[in-house]
Design a binder for this molecule. Structure first.
Ligand SMILES: Nc1ncnc2c1ncn2[C@@H]1O[C@H](COP(=O)(O)OP(=O)(O)O)[C@@H](O)[C@H]1O
Ligand SMILES: [Mg+2]
Length: 256
């Protein structure tokens, strides 16, 4: 399964991505966490590891990155001979581009580092190509933490995924965005489910007027230790029962 986590900035995508990745690992899966957010640097801290080189940096920069990506997995074959449906596996990713975070593999696509360095289109192309052509084993799970908003839909990153989890926090902007995510998921032909984050009963009542509740698979309460760990840049270690339910849901879909 390749699962894309998306939603508004600050809704909890990175937090939930890490908690899901950790839970799936405990369930016995080999987990690859893909950081596809070119703007934020927080995922390393939530995993308790220092920043490392990104895939784009290891490919030698943004220029021609998509071609260089295909060449990277070409096993010595000339990239010119490769077709678009060339497949690769998690184990084919060069060691320099994956970091081990207590048994979870982290692959960071690319980050904007410098003033005036240009747009993030290369990150989008690389994410899309990497995910579309990634062949997943039965005991493997891929979690993709995306950038805020829906630009990744414009880049068709979803085509390479099996499931979209839209995170909604209690804000009007989030409600509007999850509607768009639902529509976009339909167009991409990828099933969409929602997770309500930072909610209690009263808040959920208000949210239910705006969100298709049939698609909601979990409600995660505000958790102060999660908040404090992230504030201090510490590894997330809190066990939230709802995360276990989400992982069970993912596993059930996988078995279908
Ligand atoms: N369930 C939660 N309880 C408390 N704080 C949360 C929860 N989920 C996320 N947060 C906090 O919300 C902020 C944004 O979370 P983050 O995962 O970085 O969002 P995103 O990746 O969507 O931008 C962080 O301060 C994080 O600690
Ligand atoms: Mg984030």
């Amino acid at each position: 399964m390749k699962i894309l986590i998306c939603g508004k900035g600050g809704s909890g995508k990175s937090t939930i991505s890490v908690l899901i990745a950790k839970n799936l690992k405990t369930m016995g899966y080999k987990v690859l966490l893909v950081d596809a957010d070119e703007s934020n640097f927080g995922l390393y801290g939530l995993l308790g590891i220092p920043p490392s080189a990104t895939l784009i940096e290891n490919l030698g920069g943004k220029k021609g990155a998509k071609k260089k990506l295909v060449a990277l997995f070409s096993n010595g074959k000339s990239p010119a001979l490769l077709t678009d449906d060339q497949k690769w596996k998690i184990r084919d990713i060069p060691d320099e581009s994956v970091t081990d975070a207590n048994g979870i593999k982290l692959l960071v696509i690319g980050k904007i580092h410098n003033f005036g360095e240009g747009c993030a289109c290369a990150m989008g192309f690389v994410s899309k190509t990497f995910l579309s052509n990634l062949d997943i084993g039965d005991d493997e799970m891929v979690i993709v933490d995306t950038e805020a908003g829906i630009e990744h839909f414009g880049r068709r990153v979803e085509e390479g995924c099996d499931m979209i989890l839209g995170i909604a926090d209690p804000s009007y902007e989030s409600f509007m965005l999850v509607k768009r995510i639902e529509e976009m998921g339909k167009k991409a032909g990828v099933p969409v489910s929602f997770i309500l984050n930072k909610v209690d009963e009263a808040v959920e009542g208000a949210m239910s007027k705006h969100i298709n509740m049939e698609k909601v698979i979990a409600r995660i309460p505000k958790d102060n230790s999660v908040f404090m760990d992230s504030l201090e840049g510490r590894e997330l270690k809190t066990n939230i029962p709802e995360i276990g339910h989400i992982c069970k849901f993912i596993e059930d879909i996988k078995k279908k």
